[in-house]
Design a protein around this ligand. Structure first.
Ligand code: OOG
Ligand code: NI
Length: 437
């Protein structure tokens, strides 16, 4: 991927600097080993059938679909809906911090595709094969048996890697251009015969420093860092990217001749992860996103909604944390209160942040949009086609997990452990109103 080496090198330097300053603080949201290894990629497919096959391949690797993102509803609409495949258990996330943001084209959405274009697009998508029968068979067996014999595992990795690589096949130039008039994303998905990993994102501990250093190295980044502002204890996800650079790609013209051309389809992105928010905290983030305003107004509003201090965030019920009993707290005859915020204030427990492992729809749409030359033609008056988490689960033939449920389960289990250790009745999580008092 263009400039990927520079990005990984600069991310490594930034992480080393942050670690040297304060090793404990730097690793509050994951060990430096996890953060250094951590990546997310993204792929795009055309149909429910293809999405189901992707689900099978990732299931072989213990990666489950989490979340439903409708990017057609974003400020910069893109004709896809998405999920993310990732490990779910804490120990698996620590061992394999790898995710793939996966989007599927909404070919029946009339705002983007008229009936004639939809029919021609779907015919091409139905005729192509992204994943070989052998890859799908091996994947199903790996999922069922919890593993494969070494030579089969090697074959699975080889076939899967090839299936996600950028193809050297010549592109039908006229068809690609026709789709591109509707949407660059539609062309990227339906204008070629295969899918490909379009970016691979390292994780960084200080994204503002990374942005400045990449700019200093002459890489033109997008205008802004997506997500919440920096400053306080990090929450959710902050991301930034640089535009796809053009890469050589053979083009087939209508007369059948093949010529050298180029496409810009692979780009660079980097992310900083913070603490997951509770539903009340997330409602505040969404309200903040909707509010707009100048940068300083936005900053002021943010600080009024989400306090900078991590313990204040947790005690207010805004962040999802793991409650951990403080082992060496002297009892001094004191009796711990059956209330998590009080236990935190009185030093009976610590609140460890739970890493936000998912994505943000508006940020994702912004990342998509930053790599498109134009927004494409859209008929805003036409009807949208139906898509929701249930549609996604049907297409996958698998349960789609809800991020908020996973974070809530982690917090609840830790609270139960606190109650057990301190010999207290069941403890409720602090609950915040969705707007500040
Ligand atoms: C995916 C863009 C979204 C993210 O990190 O939010 C994304 C794509 O361009 O296919 O990767
Ligand atoms: Ni990404």
């Amino acid at each position: 991927m263009p400039a990927y080496g520079t990005l990984v090198e600069v991310a490594g330097q930034v992480n080393a600097d942050v670690l040297a300053q304060d090793p404990a603080a730097a690793q509050a949201l994951g060990s430096i080993e996890r953060v250094t290894a951590e990546r997310h990629g993204a792929i795009r497919v055309g149909t429910a059938r293809e999405l189901g096959q992707v689900g099978q391949v990732f299931a072989a690797l213990g990666m489950r679909p989490v979340g439903f993102y409708d990017l057609r509803e974003a400020g910069q609409p893109v004709p896809v809906v998405s999920t993310a495949f990732r490990p779910v258990d804490d120990d698996e996330l620590a061992a394999n911090p790898f995710r793939v943001f996966t989007s599927v084209l909404a070919t029946d959405d009339r705002r983007f595709f008229d009936a004639d274009l939809q029919a021609r697009l779907e015919e091409r998508l139905e005729a192509r094969e992204l994943f070989s029968p052998l890859l799908l068979t091996l994947s199903a067996r790996a999922e069922e048996d919890g593993g494969l014999a070494p030579e089969d595992a090697d074959a699975l990795v080889r076939l899967a890697t090839a299936a996600f690589a950028l193809s050297p096949e010549p592109v039908d130039a006229a068809w690609y251009a026709e789709l591109e008039r509707v949407s660059g994303v539609a062309a990227d998905i339906g204008g070629v015969g295969s899918t490909h990993v379009n970016h691979l994102t390292p994780r960084v501990l200080d994204i503002d420093a990374l942005y400045a250093r990449m700019t200093g190295r002459g890489v033109a980044m997008i205008d802004a860092i997506q997500g919440p502002p920096g400053g306080g204890a990090p929450v959710l996800l902050r991301q930034t990217s640089f535009r796809a650079l053009s890469e050589p790609r053979a083009m087939r013209d209508p007369d059948g001749s093949v010529r050298a051309g180029s496409l810009r389809v692979r780009f660079g992105e980097v992310e900083a992860r913070g603490c997951a928010l509770t539903p009340a905290g997330r409602a505040r983030y969404d309200a903040w996103m909707a509010a707009g305003g100048t940068p300083s107004e936005q900053d002021r509003l943010w600080r009024s909604l989400i306090p900078d201090d991590p313990d204040e965030q947790a005690a207010a019920g805004l962040t999802s944390v793991r409650w951990v009993p403080v082992a060496d707290r002297p009892r001094d005859g004191a009796v711990p209160a059956a209330d998590l915020a009080r236990l935190l204030a009185d030093g009976w427990v610590r609140a460890e942040p739970v890493v936000y492992e998912d994505f943000l729809p508006a940020s994702a749409a912004g990342i998509f949009a930053s790599n498109l030359d134009g927004t494409g033609e859209r008929d805003a008056s036409a009807g949208r086609s139906h898509r929701d988490a249930g549609w996604l689960a049907d297409a996958l033939g698998r349960e789609v997990l809800e991020p908020a449920d996973l974070y809530a389960a982690t917090s609840a289990a830790s609270a139960a452990e606190v109650a057990r250790v301190l010999d207290l009745p069941p403890l409720e999580q602090p609950v915040a109103p969705s707007a500040p008092a």
